[in-house]
Design a protein. Structure first.
Length: 290
């Protein structure tokens, strides 16, 4: 008579037990690596994605009363030397974003900007709407001007402002893959509308978004910008603001973004640390450890 198999009396063999533990170990290794990728400095992939959309940096969360002036350089250079002179007078450093055509047309100004200690950022080769380009075209728009500046000065640009403020997830991701932080603004001087000197000053200093960590948009080729700059800087200083370069304002790692494109420091690291601890606890539990 054939005996029935009693499952309650079954015990796994030594080999079977080893296989189970190896499988558990492999799962733990994967979990720990995933946690480290979110937490460890130098391994962290910072998050600019908010609700499924990748955002450029519009402003920065900071307790320091700092703001950053920026100038887009895409056309003429008639006012560049005057702007640099005013900045030197006030001891202020700013950020210029130049197109490939501007770099090629005014190499002396490019060198002068860097020699004075200002940031030089990428504004694309041809000032096109980046979101309407293919990935390869985006890369070309970024790297052509990048290489021009590098060959001219040896400087490696890492700040990118999309022309017209036009971007998409793919634009931000492509720029990031090429080593660029994408930069917008939260205060538009509207200097490009040519309303006059007083308009530029009032628009910036009374702007509803002006505050710690603001990035201010100006243009070096606008009609009244150079004439407004001296009073604009004085007015911002009187409000208690220190004017800094964008490279000194933004966070390079361990940050997330809010829905307004504001960099929030440290949030990624905290969530990564908690996740890492959860992974470690799960691994220890799977081996019966404390």
């Amino acid at each position: 008579m054939k005996k029935s198999f009693d499952r309650s009396s079954y015990r796994p063999t030594y080999i079977h037990t080893v296989k189970l533990k190896l499988a558990a170990l492999l799962i733990c290794v994967c979990l720990l690596v995933a946690g480290a990728a979110l937490y460890l400095p130098g391994v962290v992939s910072v998050s600019s994605n908010v609700n499924g959309r990748d955002l450029p940096i519009y402003c920065v969360q900071t307790d320091k009363p700092q703001v950053a002036l920026s100038f887009d350089a895409a056309w003429g250079n008639e006012d560049t030397s005057e702007i640099l002179s005013v900045l030197e007078k006030h001891g202020v450093k700013v950020t210029f974003f130049a197109t490939g055509g501007w770099v090629e047309s005014y190499p002396g100004d490019v060198k002068a900007i860097l020699a004075a200690g200002h940031d030089l950022g990428n504004h694309s080769e041809n000032h096109k709407n980046m979101s309407q380009l293919s990935t390869d075209e985006m890369k070309s728009e970024l790297m052509k001007v990048h290489d021009k500046v590098k060959n001219l000065t040896g400087y490696e640009m890492f700040l990118f402002r999309p022309p017209y403020g036009d971007y998409s997830n793919e634009v931000i991701q492509t720029a990031s893959a090429l080593g660029y932080y994408s930069i917008q603004w939260d205060v538009d001087s509207l200097d490009w509308k040519d309303y006059g000197v007083s308009s530029i000053i009032e628009t910036v200093t009374n702007h509803k978004h002006l505050g710690n960590g603001s990035i201010i948009l100006c243009h070096n080729g606008a009609k009244y910008t150079a004439r407004a700059l001296d009073t604009l800087i004085t007015s911002l200083k009187e409000k208690g603001y220190e004017l800094v370069k964008i490279s000194d304002l933004i966070y390079r790692d361990n940050y997330t973004m809010d829905v307004e494109g504001r960099q929030i420091p440290g949030a990624k690291a905290s969530s990564g640390a908690a996740l890492q601890a959860d992974h470690e606890s799960a691994c220890k539990a799977s081996f019966g450890l404390k």
